[in-house]
Design a protein around this ligand. Structure first.
Ligand code: HEC
Length: 145
C-alpha cells in the first residue's frame, strides 16, 4: 500500500518536472520572434508592392515590433540558458549589450511610429533601418540550428 503510494507520488513529481522544463522560456522566445517576423513580412509585402499601402497596417506592424521586442528581452533570466537551442550563451555574458540591441530596435520602431512611413517607398526605407537591427542582434546572439 505504502509502496504504491510512493510510486504514484514519484510519477506525479516526474510529470510536473517535465511540464516545467518543456514550458521554460524557449517557446515564448520563438513565439515572440515569430510575431516580429510576421510584422516584418507585412511591411515587406507593402515595400515590394504585393500589398497596397495601408497606414493602419503599417502602424500595426510597427506597434507589434515595438511591443514584442520589449517583451523579448525579458525572456532571458539567469538559469534559462538551455531553454532554447538558438539563443547564444553569449547573451548571458553580455546582457547589457543584448538589451541595448533590443532597445535600439524598439527605439527605431518608435521613431517610425512617430513619423509613419507614408507610402511604399517610405516602408521600404523603414525596413532597411529595422532590418539592420535584426541582423546585428542575430549575428551576435542567435545560433544557427
Ligand atoms: C535583441 C536581439 C534580437 C533582435 C533585435 C532581433 N532578434 Fe530575432 N532572434 C533573436 C534570438 C536570440 C533568436 C533565437 C530565439 C530562440 O531562443 O529561439 C531570434 C530568432 C528569430 C526568429 C526565429 C524564431 C523561431 O521560430 O525560432 C525570427 C523569425 C526572428 N528572430 C526575426 C527577427 C526580426 C524580423 C527582427 C527585426 C525586426 C529580429 N528578429 C530582431 C534575437 C533578436
Amino acid at each position: 500500500m505504502l509502496r504504491k503510494f510512493v510510486a504514484v507520488t514519484a510519477l506525479c513529481l516526474i510529470s510536473v518536472a517535465t511540464a516545467v522544463s518543456a514550458a521554460g522560456f524557449g517557446e515564448e522566445r520563438e513565439h515572440t520572434m515569430e510575431k516580429i517576423g510576421g510584422a516584418m513580412a507585412t511591411l515587406g509585402k507593402v515595400a515590394k508592392g504585393q500589398a497596397d499601402y495601408n497606414a493602419d497596417a503599417v502602424k500595426g506592424a510597427l506597434t507589434t515590433i515595438n511591443a514584442e521586442i520589449k517583451h523579448f528581452k525579458t525572456l532571458f533570466p539567469a538559469g534559462s540558458e538551455n531553454d532554447s537551442k538558438e539563443a547564444s550563451p553569449a547573451i548571458w555574458g553580455n546582457k547589457a549589450d543584448f538589451d541595448a540591441h533590443a532597445d535600439k530596435l524598439a527605439a527605431d520602431a518608435e521613431a517610425l511610429l512617430a513619423q509613419l512611413p507614408a507610402d511604399q517607398a517610405g516602408v521600404g526605407a523603414a525596413m532597411g533601418v529595422l532590418g539592420k537591427d535584426c541582423g546585428a542582434c542575430h549575428q551576435a546572439y542567435r545560433l544557427k540550428k
